[in-house]
Ligand binder design. Structure first.
Ligand code: SAM
Length: 263
């Protein structure tokens, strides 16, 4: 395995147990870990076959199964996959399947086709090659299937997280190099020290990668809210379940979503 991906696999494994426990608690208190925009944009998924890429410990996978989809989760980290199976069992979801795989290699050893490929919230930044990602997605989709993505907007990924809401560019928009970080997680449970690597991507790269893989982008939505809490201070919740800085509402993009179909 490529050394950066191997480091990421080790890093995510260190927080797998805590994520499982945290998401188990959330899912015993509420039906879904998806936000209302995701639910609305996805539409009716009952009876559909759905593959959830970068599923972590399966919280969204369980939520999607509760919406009636026949789910398969994929994650790089065997520990995440084991906990995802446990989480599904905890909530009585018998037919969920989980696969341990790098999403950039999934088409090499999985040849099933799905109605929906779903991937959200902290996914693209872990992938060194969006063109290969898009080709894998094309391979996973039935001819009448669709891809749904929601993630951090590339323009939001620029900012130094320690300075927000002050805007200071830390991660260059056009950067092609892996950025090394020493800390993993922190959104579902306490973060932990672990070397990991992330990549920047531009709006143009997302659109071009999908298009070159034979996908047609039906829409690309941009939102002025973040899908998770960035800093304890000055951020408030909006009625989509997102987090806003009031001074940036209507001014800056924080999140995007897209739907793509086969051309
Ligand atoms: C921020 S989490 C995504 C959380 C997800 N939205 C959820 O449902 O909880 C990122 C996930 O991507 C996984 N990951 C990172 N690189 C990957 C790769 N190359 N292939 C598959 N999964 C990967 C990590 O193991 C981690 O579980």
């Amino acid at each position: 395995m490529e050394p950066h991906i191997e480091a990421n696999q080790r890093a995510w494994a260190t927080i797998a147990h805590e994520h499982y426990l945290a998401f188990k608690q959330v899912l015993s208190q509420q039906p879904s870990t998806l936000n209302s925009t995701q639910i609305e944009e996805l539409g009716d998924i009952s009876g559909k076959t759905l593959i959830h890429l970068q599923c972590n410990t399966g919280a969204d996978t369980v939520s999607l199964a509760r919406m009636g989809a026949r789910v398969t989760g994929v994650d790089l980290v065997p520990e995440n996959v084991a906990y995802a199976r446990q989480l599904a069992a905890d909530f009585g979801i018998q037919d969920a399947r989980f696969i341990a795989s790098n999403v950039l290699e999934i088409m090499e050893h999985h040849d099933e086709k799905y109605d929906i490929v779903f991937t959200t919230e902290g996914v693209l930044c872990w992938l060194p090659d969006l063109y290969l990602w898009a080709r894998n997605i094309r391979q996973l989709l039935k001819d009448d299937g669709f891809l749904y993505v929601m993630d951090g907007h590339p323009f939001f990924m620029l900012w130094d997280e320690d300075c927000l809401p002050e805007l200071r560019v830390k991660y260059p928009y056009f950067s092609k190099n892996a950025d090394q970080d020493g800390w993993i997680g922190g959104y579902a449970s306490e973060g932990k020290p672990a070397v990991n690597y992330g990549w920047m991507y531009t709006v143009g790269e997302i659109v071009t990668a999908l298009s070159q893989a034979g996908l047609h982008i039906e829409w690309f939505h941009e939102f002025d809210w973040a899908y998770y809490r960035l800093s304890a201070e000055r951020q408030v919740r909006n009625d989509c379940g997102g987090w806003i800085y009031p001074e940036y509402v209507g001014k800056l993009p924080f999140t995007f979503s897209l739907k793509a179909t086969i051309r």
